[in-house]
Write a protein that binds this ligand. Structure first.
Ligand code: 3HC
Ligand code: NAI
Length: 692
């Protein structure tokens, strides 16, 4: 075996040369891989004893793309397109042997080869759009030539991978290898040689793109189909334009056009934000004082208390991951209702073709309903999701302490309450932590993991692994009222309420925040969640607009009216003069002089206090890093990924500008606007959140 670079080697197996890439963890196409591939191919072409070439990867996957850590830095030679030209122009057949995921540049390398083989579990995709880019090494020109422009549009502008079976049907691979991949790929290469198959150069396969030349409709229809989902994003439109170029330009011109679009996106802030988010999510898994080898508990059985909005969704997460759940309620009626909702959710999924009726039954058989906590004695983890009431939670944890087995993890899904106080009801506070899911709990990927003063490292390490198993993105935070997400979110709620009373009616505020990139405005959101969460008729005093609306039975979408009104069966908010009048009267009652409020002020008033609170949270050590806060906002609060998260966005806007505005509002509106000392410090030192 000859080492071409540190990470690429070459070995001849008779007349077949095998080039092996070994660049953990995912064989990304860093400069050493690119150079190794180019030099390895060149060496194999020069070697007269070699008749065919196989590209193989060591470790868990084939090349999973360009090395994203190199992006935004000066480019190093050789560039990927040159490597691909060397491959495609080889006079000897080049065949990638694919396992794991051939993604981005990895798929582009494969498509520059003459044939492709893969194991049955392999996946293939161009996910660049998810990091705000388009494929940058001819993927937008080669993929439509293989799978046709319509399929390529989907794969490139949406970015989801396809499996080996589909790839085989689409001609993206030539054969699925059963058994040993390397041996199978070598055999395939020998077959190609024996049959004298002509080398397929994808850049010259024009049939499928020519069939669509001048057909603008394909692209316009596709644009319409993704418009809602891709609102605000720049990359998807660039993907469509690049694929459109493949049908209307020559391959060479198409590649040049693709490069131009790729470079524009690379220089922009959206891709920078999306790349940042990619690494932030992975960074959140790394907890400085909890090493990778921290002992963990086995989790085979779960128990959930409360089959309400959250408990039902939480139970589904476990069932979906194959972990059986015992679900506890106070009455048979509540239990039946909770389990009924879970069944309904699964049946909706089955009706949509996501799984079979048999799978619905299989999942339902993994839930055991109970009215007795004694049935929790075997559970490895218990998650409490009863009403948000400290006394109730304390009583429950004290009972759990008596019933649950020694190493069981005891978790609360509380939104705001103090985990330490709850933990102190038990004789084992080291086993207690907060696992704060987001609604709907079976859909939302965020899991705020709240570390109590005494929570053990093993409990955290186990919960982190468990989060991955149930497909959640976990972020570890400390104890404070509302933890990271809700504590910051409360700031926005306070300010948007004030804005409504000072002069910016809900439709204006909602439009500004929707245009900013949130999936919906704050008042529409409140109507959706329900205005009556935490409200009761008995204690309501008409002291806020929300209370007044609830008293009028305008409790949100579910009652057909909240801040807005809703026609039966519709989710379309309609502004209502009755609410407008009510808000104006309330302003008068409070002696607030209503004024015209600019859209810019709405952004400053509703987003800057989020940033300020984030700074306090960082300073108090409630969050480990600014990027953890961003991961929470991206995955739990609908912050648009192309703006990176509130802390990333603040760095982008300029901390000095934010500080200056906070000071202005501090004078104008009072203490709630006092700038966080950390913000003052960073500005003084010319630093950013990312430096903290
Ligand atoms: N570049 C650099 N590092 C990468 C990387 C990449 N393309 N892909 C993954 N990594 C790193 C991760 O940061 C992580 O590092 P860490 O262990 O230090 O946290 C490690 O590899 C493992 O990644 P995951 O935790 O995500 O591992 P999984 O097994 O869960 O997933 C994966 C593997 C499916 C390959 C996933 O990592 C992934 O989707 N990667 C990104 C793929 C991608 O976007 N490719 C396109 C890149 S852009 C491109 O190719 C441009 C081209 O057109 C020119
Ligand atoms: P919910 O009112 O929908 O459900 C609570 C359920 O707990 C009810 O079905 C009730 O019968 C049951 N219950 C009450 N006492 C019980 C007991 N002793 N034993 C067993 N079951 C009992 O409430 P929801 O919205 O599910 O909230 C539950 C918890 O999750 C709260 O702490 C809340 O703050 C938190 N949370 C709520 C979110 C939301 O959006 N609804 C989001 C994140 C957290």
């Amino acid at each position: 075996m000859v080492a071409i670079t540190d990470v690429v080697s070459l070995e001849n197996h008779g007349e077949i040369a095998v080039i092996t890439v070994d660049n953990p963890p995912v064989n990304a196409l860093g400069v050493k891989v690119r150079k190794g591939l180019a030099d390895g191919i060149t060496a194999a072409i020069k070697d007269d004893s070699v008749k065919g070439i196989v590209i193989l990867c060591k470790g868990r996957t084939f090349i999973a793309g360009a090395d994203i850590t190199e992006f935004g830095k000066p480019a190093k030679e050789p560039g990927l397109n040159i490597v691909l030209d060397t491959i495609e122009n080889s006079t000897k057949p080049v065949i990638p042997a694919i396992h794991g995921t051939a993604l981005g540049g990895g798929l582009e390398v494969s498509m520059a080869c003459h044939f492709r083989v893969a194991v049955a579990s392999a996946k293939f995709g161009q996910p660049e759009v998810k990091i705000g880019l388009i494929p940058g090494a001819a993927g937008t020109q080669r993929l439509p030539r293989i799978v046709g422009p319509e399929k390529a549009l989907k794969m490139i502008a949406i970015g989801d991978p396809i499996d080996a079976k589909e790839s085989l049907a689409d001609g993206l691979i030539d054969e699925i290898i059963e058994g040993d991949l390397e041996a199978g790929a070598i055999e395939f290469a020998k077959k190609v040689l024996a049959e004298g198959r002509p080398l397929k150069k994808v850049s010259e396969m024009n049939e499928k793109v020519e069939a669509a030349t001048g057909n603008a409709e394909i692209f316009d229809n596709f644009r319409k189909s993704i418009a809602r989902k891709t609102r605000g994003f720049e990359a998807p439109e660039a993907c469509v334009k690049a694929v459109e170029a493949s049908v209307n330009m020559s391959f060479a011109d198409g590649v040049k056009y693709e490069r131009k679009l790729f470079e524009e996106l690379m220089a922009g802030t959206q891709s920078a934000a999306q790349r940042y988010a990619f690494f932030a999510e992975r960074q959140a898994n790394k907890i400085p004082d909890i090493p990778k080898d921290t002992p963990q508990f086995e989790i085979n059985k779960a128990a959930v208390l409360g089959a309400g909005t959250m408990g039902g969704g939480i139970a589904m997460n476990f069932i979906n991951a194959g972990i059986p759940v015992t679900l506890l309620e106070v009455t048979q009626e509540a239990l039946d209702r909770g389990i009924g909702i879970i069944r309904k959710n699964y049946e909706i999924s089955a009706a949509r073709g996501r799984f079979t009726q048999e799978q619905v039954e299989e999942r339902m058989s993994m839930i055991t309903g109970t009215l007795s906590m004694d049935d929790f004695s075997e559970a490895d983890i218990v998650i409490e999701a009863v009403f948000e009431n400290m006394d109730l939670k304390k009583e429950i944890f004290s009972k759990l302490d008596n019933i649950c087995k020694k190493d069981a993890i005891l978790a609360s899904n509380t939104s705001f309450l103090n985990i330490n106080e709850i933990a102190d009801q038990t004789t084992r506070p080291e086993s207690v932590l907060g696992l704060h899911f987001f609604s709907p709990a079976n859909v939302m990927r965020l899991l705020e993991m709240v570390r109590g003063d005494k929570t053990s490292k093993s409990v955290i390490a186990t919960s982190m692994s468990l989060a991955k198993r149930i497909n959640k993105i976990a972020v570890l935070v400390g104890v404070c009222h509302g933890f990271v997400g809700n504590r910051m979110f409360s700031q926005r709620t306070r300010e948007t309420d004030s804005l409504a009373l000072e002069g910016a009616m809900p439709p204006q505020v909602d439009k500004v925040l929707y245009d900013f990139g949130f999936p919906m405005g704050p008042f529409v959101l409140r109507d959706l969640i329900g205005l009556d969460i935490g409200w009761s008729k008995e204690t309501s005093t008409g002291s806020t607009i929300r209370e007044i609306l609830c008293e009028k039975d305008r409790r949100g979408q579910k009652t057909g009216a909240g801040y807005y009104t809703y026609k039966k069966g519709s989710r379309e908010p309609i502004w209502d003069s009755e609410v407008e009048k009510l808000i104006i009267e309330f302003s008068e009652k409070k002696n607030i002089n209503r004024r015209e409020i600019s859209d810019e002020e709405i952004i400053e008033r509703s987003i800057y206090p989020i940033v300020n609170e984030g700074a306090k949270i960082l300073e108090e050590g409630i969050a480990t890093r600014a990027s953890d806060i961003d991961v929470i906002w991206l995955n739990g609060y609908g912050w648009p990924i192309y703006l990176g998260g509130p802390m990333f966005w603040a760095d982008l806007i300029g901390l000095d500008k934010i500080l200056e505005t906070l000071k202005k509002f501090n004078n104008q509106f009072g203490d709630e606007w006092k700038p966080a000392p950390l913000l003052e410090k960073l500005v003084k030192e010319g630093k950013q959140f990312k430096d903290f």
